[in-house]
Design a protein around this ligand. Structure first.
Ligand SMILES: Nc1ncnc2c1ncn2[C@@H]1O[C@H](COP(=O)(O)OP(=O)(O)O)[C@@H](O)[C@H]1O
Ligand SMILES: [Mg+2]
Length: 306
């Protein structure tokens, strides 16, 4: 069964194609998994990337979604593309600029929805608006919701020092990925090479992000194996504050909720807390290699549990 990932946001220029192409490349080469990229963007940036950069064996499809036709047409076409791709792959990565012409039901086709966002105030507000409109998908009580992974992209070193996420309100359950750093390297590699090969902070940050996605997949697969017949389940890693579903089970900006919710952070932190005395937990988080600003969140979360 293929693990299906949608990389989407309503804004251009946030790094969707960069994330899509490089994530597909990572799954193919580092994880040795059969991988397909479906590029639903008319610009074809991610499909061109994988065709022009050194070949890794990713199956690349540049497909057209008939968004102008309205009704069910786009979603039916998308399902067709997905079914075809999933039949020959272990991983399917889809690159899509979201438009209001797309029925939100499309997201239920996916295991993981990655929303790249820069951390500028204006873009965070756009992302929060997008997520709040689709909150019913991620907090569905009846259908299997995809896991929502927010990926801070093009993050500068100065921005790492700010607790931008804790100041925002995201009214939906989500996980926060380690940030992909802003770097000239990423621009230089555009459609030429892969971020995972960059021997600098940008390459390192991408690898941490990609590993977090792998971890989300591992956990999802373990959960599917242990509960094969379950239909109405929430996000694999989500459902923090499950006592208050749909009422801001999202984490950020909630006074009572932990601001710590990265895939690496939350999951591992739970393991750490189970295994170790609380006084050792914060130190262990440091050893896990979580980027600085997530470590800080992790620390405050650990502190709040003490
Ligand atoms: N981490 C990064 N650092 C610097 N520039 C980036 C980074 N990620 C993407 N870019 C640049 O931003 C521009 C838009 O990226 P792209 O992936 O095409 O975004 P989208 O698909 O959301 O429109 C490109 O010029 C790309 O090189
Ligand atoms: Mg793009």
């Amino acid at each position: 069964m293929a693990y299906k990932i949608l990389v989407t946001s309503q804004k251009g220029g946030v790094g969707k194609s960069t994330v899509s192409a490089n994530l597909a490349a990572f799954f193919r080469r580092r994880m040795a998994l059969e991988t397909t990229l479906i590029d639903w963007d008319s610009h074809g940036s991610s499909s061109t990337w994988l065709k022009q950069a050194p070949q890794l064996g990713v199956v690349v499809l540049h497909e057209h979604l008939p968004l102008d036709k309205g009704g069910n047409r786009p979603i039916l076409e998308a399902r067709l593309h997905l079914r075809r791709a999933a039949s020959c792959s272990e991983i399917v990565v889809c690159d899509l600029t979201w438009s209001d012409a797309i029925a939100a039901e499309l997201m239920f086709e996916f295991d993981l929805v990655i929303v790249p966002t820069s951390v500028s105030e204006i873009e965070m507000a756009t992302t929060a608006g997008f997520l709040s409109r689709h909150r019913w998908v991620f907090d569905s009580a009846t259908l299997r919701s995809p896991t929502l992974l927010l990926c801070p992209t093009r993050v500068t070193v100065e921005q790492l020092e700010k607790d931008v996420f804790s100041m925002q309100r995201f009214p939906v359950s989500f996980m926060l990925a380690p940030p992909v750093l802003e770097s000239q390297t990423a621009r230089d590699l555009f459609q030429r090479g892969y971020l995972m090969d960059a021997r600098n902070d940008c390459g390192q940050s991408f690898l941490e992000f990609a590993r977090a996605v792998c971890e989300a997949r591992d956990i999802s697969m373990r959960e599917k194996e242990s509960q094969p017949k379950r239909h109405a389940v929430g996000p694999v890693l989500g459902r923090r504050n499950s006592s208050a579903p749909g009422t801001g089970s999202g984490i950020l900006g909630q006074a009572s909720a932990s601001p710590q919710h990265s895939v690496l952070g939350q999951h591992r932190q739970r393991k750490v807390l189970e295994k170790e005395p609380a006084s050792l937990a914060a130190r262990s988080m440091t050893a896990l290699g979580i980027p600085q600003f997530l470590r800080r969140m992790a620390r405050s979360s650990v502190d709040s549990k003490l």
